[in-house]
Design a protein around this ligand. Structure first.
Ligand code: ZN
Length: 187
């Protein structure tokens, strides 16, 4: 195995199947090999395999930590997120947390959509009282770092404070982190 390099999240693209077979912690779809775990990309050129080295830390998130994970449930004022990274280090991925969102209203009095199911979000731990991890995303560097188009499933790109799908033209809103759409996801 080669030296680990890039950090990935579950679902991240690793290679096309013509180039590499799925190795550890990876799976193959019709047109891509993707990660099943958070961790670092490993390429075995001899076996033509690409996989993920899941380097977990058994650290419980504490107040002030920056965490990155995936939205599992999204409601109007709260969302539940599975935490994959704590301060940039992959974790056991079994921490559930809740994001409380400010009840801002966007144009025409419609409640803004801050996060959606499946989004990858960077947040700050604001409370761990009673073992419940509560998160906030009300800082420029916090919010959605990666999202897929809810119409066609392609990654969304940033355009004028909104997310636009370059495949089908669908436009969506989110509370974006300031580095949304600027290359690979930094946990
Ligand atoms: Zn689309």
């Amino acid at each position: 195995m080669s030296k680990p390099d890039k950090k990935v999240l579950p679902g991240d693209f690793l290679a096309v199947p013509e180039e590499f077979l799925p190795g550890p912690n990876a799976y193959e779809t019709e047109d891509s090999v993707r990660a099943t775990h958070p961790g670092e990309v490993l390429r075995d050129l001899a076996k033509r395999e690409v996989g993920v080295k899941a380097t977990y830390v058994a650290k419980t998130p504490s107040v002030g930590d920056i965490v990155t994970g995936q939205i599992e449930v999204a409601q109007t004022s709260t969302a539940h997120m599975q935490i994959y990274y704590v301060n940039g280090a992959p974790t056991m991925g079994r921490f559930s947390s809740t994001i409380y969102m400010r009840m801002e209203r966007g144009g025409r009095g419609v409640r803004r959509t801050n996060v959606k199911l499946g989004d990858i979000v960077r947040a700050r731990v604001v409370s761990t009282m009673n073992g419940l991890i509560q998160l906030g995303i009300d800082e420029p560097h916090l919010g959605v770092v990666f999202a897929l188009c809810s119409v066609c499933g392609n990654p969304l790109a940033r355009a004028d404070g909104r997310a636009k799908c370059e495949e089908c033209g669908n436009v969506e809103e989110r509370k974006f982190a300031d580095d949304f759409g600027k290359g690979s996801v930094q946990p």
